[in-house]
Design a protein around this ligand. Structure first.
Ligand code: ADP
Ligand code: MG
Length: 626
C-alpha cells in the first residue's frame, strides 16, 4: 500500500521557502524592503562570503514589539494588510507575509529589535524554523536581522548557489538598485568587512550615482524629465562618452520598483541611436511613474513582469523624449590631458552598528572606541538623528577627520559642479561660430586641428565625412531622391530560404535605397543597380551586409523606422577611407558639418569632434598649478 503522508510544518516551510528565497540577494531584498516599510531612514547591509555565511540588515525603523516578534516569523503573518480586501495591494506591492518565515526556515536567524515606545528591546533566535532563544536586551530603536548559513539544512538548494563572489555580485547589484530607487534612505553596504558604498539619503540621485559608480560617470549625466499622457519619467541620462558594453546600466524603475523591460530598453536605445556604436548601450537611471490602471504587474518574489497598456504610444513617447533631450546637449567629449590621480570611490572605515558591536564583543572581536559607543547608547537619540550623526562618526575615526570637521559628509567632488564642457557658451553651430574657427591643419592625415574660442578642437575627418554623407543620404532618402547606379553586367546572388523570405519582405525598401534587383530563377537574384556613392564598396557585399543584418536581428517597428534602419546601414557603405585633404575641402566639410543638427557624433555613435581646453593645455605646461 502506498501511504500518503501529511508533511509537517517545517517541511512545508522549507519547500515554500524556495519560492521566496532563491539566493542571498533575495534574502537581502526582502529584509531591506521590510526595513523601508518600517519607515527606516538608514539601512546598513553587510554580507560575508556572498551572503551565504552571513547577511546582516540593520535599520532605524519602527522596530517590532516584543509580543509580536514570534508572530512576524509565522507564515502569512503580516502587519501590512488585514484582510482579503487589501489583496490588490498585497499582490502589487509584494506583501505576502512570508519572507521572514521563509528565510528562517532555511537558515539561522537572529533578530534584535526595539520599538520607540518600549524601554528595552528583544533578541530572538530561530534556526531552521525552530525557536531557540528569546530574551530581553538593551538596544536602540530599530531592527537588526542576522541571517547565517543560508540553506544549511537544505543541501540540494545550497548546491545551486554560485561561487560566493558571484552571489555577492548579485547582492551588490541589488543594493545599488535599492539605493537608487530610495534616494531618501541612507544606505551603507559592507562586503567582507569592507565598505562598498554609502549614500547620505539626501534625495539626490546624482550623488548616489557618484557614490556607487564614481566621479567619471557622475560627471557625465544629463537630467531628464518628461511628462506624457498617463506617465511621468525622470532621472539621469548618461552622455555618450560613458556608453557601456552591456545593458546592465540601463536602470529602470516603475513606481519605485526596479524592473527590466525589453520595451523600455528598446525605446531608450532608439532614442540614443545616433550616439550608440554597435554593441554599445547607454547608461541611464530612469524612474517611471505610470498610472496603475495602465500597467499589469505580475509579481513573483524573484522576478517582476510588467506590461504597459498602449505600448506603441509609450514606446514612441519615451524614444522621442530621450532623443530630444540628447539633442539639446553639447556632446563634444572633453579631453583631459593631465594624468589626474584616478578618482577613488569614497571608502569609509567600518563603524559597527550597536547590535553588531554587541555581537562582535560576544565573539571577542576588537572593541570600537568609547566615543562611538556613547553616542549609540544614548537612547534619547532619535533614529534619524542617530543616523545623521553617522558621518560625523566616520570623520572622527578615519583619516578624513580634517576635511570634515563640521561633521558633514565629505562633499562629493565633481557632483553638481560645472564641467569644462558647460563653459561653452555658444554652440558650435551658432551663426557666429563659422567666423570664429580657424583650421590649423591636418594631423596624421586623419585629424583636423581647429582653434575655436578657448579650445583646440580635433575633428576626425573620417567620422565627420561619414556624418555629412549620412545626412545627405538620409535627406535624399526621405525625399525619395535616391540615385541609382547601373551595374553592367549585373551581379547574381543566391539566397537561402531565410534570406529569400527576408528579401521579399523588404523588396520595396531595397528599391527605395537605389537597388534594382530582379528575380533570376530559383533562388537567384540579379542586382542590376545599386545606390550611388558606394565608394570603395563591393556592390554584392553591400547587398549581403544589409540582408544579413535584417535576417539576424528581428528588426521591429513601423515600416518607416525599418527603412530608416536600412538607410543607416546603407550609409555605412557610403564612406570613403582616410584621405589627404586640402584646406578647401576641409573647410567645405566643416561648414557642412556645422549645419547639421547633431554634428558631434557619426551615425554609429563615434564622436566626430573632441575638444581640449586652453586651461588643460596651460595646466599641462605648468603655467597653471592646481
Ligand atoms: P510582509 O513584509 O509581507 O508583511 P514579512 O515576513 O516580510 O512579511 O514580515 C512580517 C512582519 O514582520 C511585517 O509585516 C512587519 O510587521 C514585521 N517586520 C519585518 N521586518 C521588520 C523591520 N525591519 N522593522 C519592523 N517590522 C518588521
Ligand atoms: Mg516583507
Amino acid at each position: 500500500m502506498v501511504r500518503i503522508n501529511v508533511l509537517d510544518h517545517q517541511t512545508i516551510d522549507k519547500i515554500a521557502a524556495g519560492e521566496v528565497v532563491e539566493k542571498p540577494a533575495s534574502v537581502v531584498k526582502e529584509l531591506v524592503e521590510n526595513a523601508i516599510d518600517a519607515g527606516a531612514s538608514a539601512v546598513t547591509v553587510e554580507i560575508k562570503d556572498g551572503g551565504i555565511l552571513l547577511i546582516r540588515v540593520t535599520d532605524n525603523g519602527s522596530g517590532i514589539e516584543k509580543t509580536q516578534v514570534e508572530n512576524a516569523f509565522l507564515r502569512h503573518a503580516t502587519s501590512k494588510i488585514t484582510s482579503a480586501d487589501d489583496l490588490t495591494n498585497l499582490v502589487s506591492l509584494g506583501f505576502r507575509g512570508e519572507a521572514l518565515a521563509s528565510i528562517a526556515a532555511v537558515s539561522r536567524v537572529e533578530l534584535l529589535s526595539k520599538t520607540p515606545e518600549e524601554l528595552t528591546g528583544v533578541r530572538y533566535v530561530i534556526e531552521g524554523g525552530v525557536k531557540k532563544e528569546m530574551e530581553e536586551i538593551g538596544a536602540p530603536t530599530g531592527t537588526t536581522i542576522l541571517v547565517r548559513n543560508l540553506f544549511y539544512n537544505t543541501p540540494p538548494r545550497r548546491k545551486f548557489l554560485k561561487q560566493p563572489q558571484t552571489e555577492g555580485s548579485y547582492v551588490a547589484d541589488l543594493m545599488e538598485h535599492l539605493a537608487m530607487s530610495n534616494p531618501g534612505v541612507s544606505f551603507k553596504f559592507i562586503v567582507n568587512g569592507q565598505n562598498r558604498f554609502y549614500t547620505t539619503g539626501n534625495d539626490d540621485l546624482k550623488e548616489i550615482i557618484y557614490r556607487i559608480y564614481g566621479k567619471e560617470i557622475a560627471g557625465e549625466l544629463i537630467p531628464f524629465r518628461e511628462e506624457c499622457d498617463g506617465f511621468l519619467v525622470k532621472g539621469l541620462l548618461g552622455k555618450p562618452v560613458i556608453n557601456r558594453s552591456n545593458r546592465n546600466y540601463e536602470i529602470f524603475y516603475i513606481n519605485g520598483r526596479y524592473i527590466r523591460s525589453t520595451l523600455i530598453s528598446k525605446a531608450v536605445e532608439e532614442g540614443y541611436r545616433e550616439y550608440l556604436m554597435q554593441h554599445k548601450f547607454p547608461f541611464c537611471v530612469l524612474h517611471f511613474q505610470i498610472d496603475t490602471s495602465r500597467i499589469d504587474v505580475n509579481v513573483h518574489p524573484t522576478k517582476m513582469e510588467v506590461r504597459i497598456a498602449d505600448a506603441p504610444a509609450f514606446y514612441e513617447a519615451v524614444k522621442q523624449a530621450i532623443h530630444d533631450a540628447l539633442h539639446v546637449q553639447e556632446m563634444i567629449p572633453n579631453v583631459v590631458l593631465t594624468e589626474d590621480k584616478k578618482e577613488q570611490k569614497p571608502v569609509y572605515q567600518s563603524v559597527p552598528e550597536p547590535f553588531e558591536q554587541r555581537r562582535r564583543e560576544q565573539t571577542a572581536m576588537p572593541v570600537r572606541s568609547a566615543a562611538i559607543q556613547q553616542i549609540y547608547q544614548k537612547s534619547s537619540v532619535r533614529p534619524q538623528e542617530n543616523m545623521l550623526r553617522e558621518p560625523a562618526l566616520y570623520a572622527a575615526h578615519t583619516h578624513k577627520a580634517a576635511e570634515t570637521s563640521d561633521g558633514a559628509e565629505p562633499e562629493a567632488p565633481g557632483v553638481g559642479k560645472p564641467e569644462q564642457l558647460e563653459l561653452f557658451d555658444d554652440r558650435l553651430l551658432s551663426a557666429s561660430a563659422k567666423e570664429q574657427y580657424e583650421i590649423l591643419g591636418q594631423l596624421f592625415e586623419t585629424y583636423w586641428l581647429i582653434a575655436y574660442q578657448d579650445k583646440l578642437l580635433i575633428v576626425d575627418q573620417h567620422a565627420a565625412h561619414e556624418k555629412v554623407k549620412f545626412e545627405r543620404f538620409m535627406k535624399r532618402f526621405k525625399e525619395h531622391d535616391i540615385v541609382s547606379q547601373t551595374l553592367n553586367p549585373p551581379i547574381v546572388v543566391t539566397l537561402n530560404g531565410r534570406e529569400k523570405e527576408c528579401y521579399q519582405n523588404h523588396e520595396k525598401d531595397f528599391e527605395a535605397l537605389g537597388f534594382a534587383i530582379e528575380e533570376f530563377g530559383g533562388n537567384d537574384y540579379a542586382i542590376r543597380g545599386v545606390p550611388m556613392d558606394l565608394y570603395g564598396y563591393e556592390e554584392g557585399a553591400f547587398f549581403y551586409e544589409i540582408l544579413d543584418e535584417l535576417v539576424d536581428e528581428a528588426v521591429t517597428g513601423t515600416p518607416e523606422s525599418i527603412r530608416i534602419r536600412i538607410a543607416t546601414m546603407a550609409c555605412k557603405a557610403a564612406v570613403k577611407g582616410n584621405t589627404r585633404m586640402s584646406r578647401e575641402e576641409m573647410k567645405k566639410l566643416i561648414d557642412e558639418l556645422l549645419t547639421l543638427d547633431n554634428p558631434y557624433n557619426c551615425p554609429h555613435g563615434r564622436p566626430t569632434i573632441i575638444s581640449m581646453s586652453k586651461y588643460e593645455i596651460e595646466k599641462k605646461f605648468k603655467r597653471i598649478v592646481t
